[in-house]
Unconditional design. Structure first.
Length: 96
C-alpha cells in the first residue's frame, strides 16, 4: 500500500452538515476501495486563488490515507462525478 495525501475542495453552497455528509461519503469511498489509516484534516472555508466554476471560495479538507496505487484512478473518477466536490488533488507521499 502506498501513502497518499489528497486535498479536496467542496462546493461553497454546502452548509456545515452538507460538507460533513460529503466528507463521510468520500471516506466511505476510500474504505470501500481498500484504503486504510484515513486521517481527515479540515482547513475550513478559504478564498480561491482564481474562480472555479464561477465560485470564489470553497471548503478545503485534507485526507491522508494508504491505498493500492491501481485504485487511485477509480477514486478520482468517483470524485469527478460527485457534484459536491469542485476540485481535488491526490499526490503520493515521498519516503522521508
Amino acid at each position: 500500500m502506498t501513502e497518499y495525501e489528497m486535498v479536496t475542495l467542496f462546493h461553497p453552497g454546502l452548509d456545515e452538515e452538507g460538507v460533513e455528509k460529503a466528507s463521510q461519503w468520500l471516506q466511505d469511498r476510500i474504505s470501500s476501495l481498500g484504503g486504510e489509516d484515513i486521517q481527515v484534516i479540515p482547513w475550513g472555508r478559504r478564498k480561491l486563488a482564481y474562480p472555479i466554476q464561477k465560485h470564489l471560495e470553497a471548503t478545503y479538507i485534507q485526507y491522508d490515507f494508504k491505498l493500492d496505487g491501481s485504485k487511485v484512478a477509480e477514486l478520482t473518477r468517483a470524485m469527478g462525478i460527485n457534484e459536491d466536490i469542485i476540485r481535488q488533488l491526490v499526490v503520493r507521499k515521498q519516503d522521508r
